[in-house]
Design a protein around this ligand. Structure first.
Ligand SMILES: Cc1cc2nc3c(=O)[nH]c(=O)nc-3n(C[C@H](O)[C@H](O)[C@H](O)COP(=O)(O)OP(=O)(O)OC[C@H]3O[C@@H](n4cnc5c(N)ncnc54)[C@H](O)[C@@H]3O)c2cc1C
Length: 650
């Protein structure tokens, strides 16, 4: 079995390692710091954990992190950045005078509309040659004529200030023409306010072989192996995953022999990498309105400072508040010593809150500040699209070299860069790529029911079998662990040694064939957690798959024999499932799905799934649409049932 070394235990490196480990690969992670998590870093020095790096799940619908956070019972709540509720954001002008909330919110929302219209409207004439956000803002952005200052300032915050904050850079460095490559998932941004992001990274890293304080200095490609050199030790492997921040690559902190190809070096140089810092302060009580989630301060100055505040206390009921700075603002405050920084922060708080009814603001009783810019293992915050960057640079950065050097990390994601979920995906993708490039050995097969120790490998097998399924559309390791606890005998596992090479998942449910739920998920996953009804009268067969390298060896039939035995041994009425119709793809232009299924039943057409299931004793109950996502057959499938002839009514 080939060996992989992953450099960096941020979420990308963790997921690359986990994907490989789960598929039975030998993998070691080398992490420079004494902690894992990278740019997710939950600090425990204050009265509740605070994230010093990432703190929001950006776009929570369809985001695989939301699902993990739910499964881990983490507490999270949305932040209403655009102040749709009118109470979430309180804004103040440069003198600290509170602005009309409603009018300010109108300005924020209009600002976002302007940014979208600039990129999307065909009625809007864009200025020629406008590349940087500075050009766009100065000469191109639609600017409604607001009468009220509060609205003007809301517009200014959302367009100019927020854009610089979100992209962690400055308006003249940010290439707005590349902005369309970023895809934000729908749903609100959820703040993990109580437990912190490291609950997720620690969970995902469980059981991985991670060597800490192992700073990699060199990666040397030898004739038949790769040497990964740290200060104290050299590790050898067949392939390496480089999952360090872009800032570390830019600074040439890792030497490559031979040097990285020129096109990759070019991409590393061109992709932007910004700065973003937090000052977290804890007080003895609330000296600011607890009801607001955020405060915006439209301060003057170049750069203007202390524009963005998060009231963590709103969520936790503890008097903790965070001041943010990005781009040149972050670099400016990073030149201040702690005393100056706190003095300046308290002076601003006095203006915004103290002078507006909260009295004299004392110095905080405790504080933590970040310095991602000078941290040798991040050297900045996250990537952005920089003036001079080329459209394909992120893909070039992601490209592997000779199936030996693989690259992961947020900056390699073409659409979800600068986020935790984006970094997560890059790790999984690289892990899968290495698995696909490694031949699997053959062996003799054993069958058993699902146990805890199979869940990771079983999840990896599902991911391999259903590569086009969205990450939150397949069973994850946690789901399988839950099934292993609640109904292990319903899931049959085929093993080659320790390797899971086949899997048939099933649960007991009650089914009314005339009134089926709209989707299979509603049958097997009705309330995010409950899969199995011990009194259910039918066994419902959910995901089934056999490793591509082990197909045509009768493993599928063996799994089906054992699934049917679950039905008979437990005296259930039958075994139901949705059979996809791969063969329909060829016929959909000439006949509807009902006709196709009739012809398969009559033996006039062969369908690789349905014909086999009919041979296996299943009968078609009905032809159904959109019950199971299967693009090839336009989401048509057949609801099939194997009747338990020996069923005895209670
Ligand atoms: C202040 C801040 C706020 C953010 N807010 C959000 C947010 O709210 N939501 C969101 O989705 N994203 C946010 N992000 C971005 C998000 O944190 C990152 O995109 C993501 O965590 C990056 O993961 P990664 O695995 O690519 O890199 P990292 O997490 O940086 O992991 C890289 C790892 O490599 C290690 N390493 C570096 N050099 C070496 C070496 N030579 N040898 C061995 N190991 C090495 C590092 O120590 C690190 O552990 C924020 C980032 C920052 C800095």
């Amino acid at each position: 079995m080939s060996k992989t070394i992953v450099i960096g235990a941020g979420i990308a490196g963790i997921m690359a390692a986990r994907t490989l480990r789960d598929a039975g690969h030998v993998v070691t992670v080398l992490e420079a710091r004494s902690r894992i998590g990278g740019r997710t870093h939950t600090n425990h020095d204050l009265s509740n954990p605070v994230d010093l790096g990432a703190s929001w799940i950006h776009g929570s619908e369809g985001n695989l992190l939301t699902r993990i956070a739910r499964r881990l019972n983490m507490r999270f709540a949305p932040t209403d950045f655009l102040n749709r509720s009118i109470t979430a954001v309180r804004a103040y002008d440069e003198n600290g005078t509170p602005l009309d909330q409603t009018k300010y919110a109108e300005g924020l929302q209009s600002g976002l509309g302007a940014l979208y219209n600039y990129s999307g409207s065909i009625l809007y004439e864009r200025p020629k040659g406008a590349t940087s956000f500075k050009d766009v803002y100065k000469y191109g952005l639609p600017k409604p004529k607001f009468r009220l200052r509060a609205t003007q300032l809301g517009y200014k915050y959302q367009t100019l200030i927020s854009t610089e904050y979100v992209s962690s850079t400055d308006w003249d460095k940010l290439d707005w023409s590349l902005n369309g490559s970023y895809i934000k998932l729908p749903g609100p941004d959820q703040l993990l306010y109580e437990d912190g992001f490291n609950t997720i990274t620690d969970h995902l890293a469980e059981g991985l072989d991670i060597v800490r304080t192992a700073t990699v200095e060199k990666v040397i490609q030898e004739a038949d192996r790769i040497a990964v050199v740290t200060k104290n030790y050299t590790f050898y492997c067949d392939q390496v995953v480089i999952a360090v921040p872009l800032g570390v690559l830019k600074a040439n902190k890792i030497q490559f022999e031979p040097p990285l190809p020129e096109e990759k070096q070019g991409a590393i140089a061109r992709i932007g990498y910004g700065d973003y810092e937090k000052l977290v302060m804890e007080f003895d009580k609330f000296y600011w309105p607890k009801t607001a989630q955020r405060f915006n301060y439209l301060s003057k100055g170049e750069p203007s400072l202390f524009n963005a505040w998060l009231n963590i206390g709103h969520y936790t009921n503890r008097p903790v508040i965070v001041a943010y700075h990005a781009g040149r603002r972050a670099r400016k405050i990073n030149t201040w010593d702690d005393d100056t920084f706190i003095t300046e922060a308290v002076a601003v708080m006095q203006k915004l809150f103290g002078d507006n009814g909260y009295g004299e603001i004392p110095r905080p009783k405790n504080y933590v500040r970040t310095d991602w810019q000078n941290d040798p293992y991040s050297l900045g915050s996250y990537s952005f699209n920089q003036v001079g960057q080329q459209a394909g640079d992120r893909e070039t950065l992601a490209k592997n070299i000779d199936n030996k050097l693989y690259f992961a990390g947020e900056a390699t994601h073409p659409h979800m860069y600068a986020t935790v979920h984006g970094a997560y995906e890059t790790g999984v993708k690289v892990g899968r790529k290495i698995i696909a490039n490694s031949p699997e050995p053959e062996g003799s097969i054993r069958y058993t029911t699902l146990k805890h120790e199979h869940s990771a490998r079983a999840a990896a097998l599902l991911a391999l079998c259903f590569p086009t399924m969205l990450p939150d559309g397949v069973y994850h390791q946690d789901d399988l662990e839950y099934i292993a606890e609640t109904f292990p005998e319903g899931t049959i596992v085929a093993l080659d040694g320790d390797k899971v090479v086949g899997l048939g998942i099933g649960v007991f449910v009650d089914l009314d064939f005339d009134n089926m739920p709209d989707t299979e998920t509603e049958v097997t996953y009705p309330n995010q957690k409950t899969y199995h009804d011990p009194d259910g009268q039918y066994y419902y067969g959910a995901d089934f798959c056999v490793h591509p390298n082990y197909r045509r060896r009768g493993i599928g039939s063996q799994i089906y024999i054992r699934r049917k035995a679950v039905v008979t041994a437990n005296n259930r009425k039958g075994f139901a499932a949705a059979a996809v119709l791969p063969g329909y793809a060829e016929h959909k232009a000439t006949m509807d799905a009902h006709t196709y299924v009739d012809k398969v039943i009559a033996g006039e057409l062969f369908d690789s799934t349905l014909s086999m299931q009919l041979k296996n004793g299943f009968r078609v109950k009905k032809v159904i649409h959109d019950f199971y996502d299967y693009e090839k057959s336009d989401n048509w499938s057949a609801l099939i049932l194997w009747n338990n002839e020996g069923y005895v009514a209670a």
